[in-house]
Design a protein around this ligand. Structure first.
Ligand code: GDP
Ligand code: MG
Length: 178
């Protein structure tokens, strides 16, 4: 097989309960490749090689945000080490949406003038009757911070692979433009 690019480190951020671990477990369960996983600092690390647009890319996904204290050393490390970030909120929880905006401000301030790819993810889009954040609010919030946006449902496995493929495309674009 052709050589793969990466590994890229992709970090999951967002409030407790928004579905980060559910998204990570779908990523981990990809059947077309030999993934590996381990535990670190009470969180989990998943590695997977996936083919996007005919090119193989290896991604190391970090799901350890929940288990850390606010402002802890590990959280700081997460913010510093990611090549890309997935900031998740639940469309059923407005406070998680506001928290996502805070996280983007925090990221942008720590990585000044950095074009680190960030995708804002509105998860739980299957729960239509409990929606508290509209699609257009999500989209315009992402536009303000110059990041991509997608709504997903980990429960229905909707848009989860387009999310991971999207982040890989963004990482490649950045690589190809440097
Ligand atoms: P985390 O704290 O961000 O890691 O969130 P989890 O992945 O542990 O998910 C929190 C809860 O939300 C669990 O009960 C999940 O089953 C549920 N959940 C996660 N994603 C979805 C989704 O897309 N739709 C629905 N309906 N529930 C979800
Ligand atoms: Mg979790």
């Amino acid at each position: 097989p052709p050589a793969s690019v990466g590994p890229f480190t992709v970090v999951l951020l967002g409030d407790n309960g928004v579905g980060k671990s559910a998204l990570a477990s779908i990523f981990a369960g990809a059947s077309d490749s030999m993934g590996s996983e381990c535990e670190l600092y009470g969180g989990e690390v998943f590695e997977q090689t996936i083919t996007v647009d005919g090119e193989r890319a290896t991604v190391t996904l970090l799901d350890m945000w929940d288990s850390q204290d606010e402002g802890s050393w590990t959280q700081e490390r997460c913010l510093q080490t990611g090549d890309a970030f997935i900031i998740v909120y639940a469309i059923t929880d407005r406070s998680s949406f506001l928290r996502a905006a805070d996280l983007r401000i925090q990221l942008r301030s720590q990585r000044e003038a950095d074009r680190t790819p960030i995708i804002l993810v509105g998860n739980k889009c299957d729960l239509v009757r409990c929606r508290e954040v509209s699609i257009s609010e999500g989209r315009s919030s992402a536009a303000v911070f110059d990041c991509k946006f997608i709504e997903t449902s980990a429960a229905m496995q909707h848009n989860v692979w387009p999310l991971f493929e999207g982040i890989i495309r963004q990482l490649r674009l950045r690589r190809d433009s440097t």
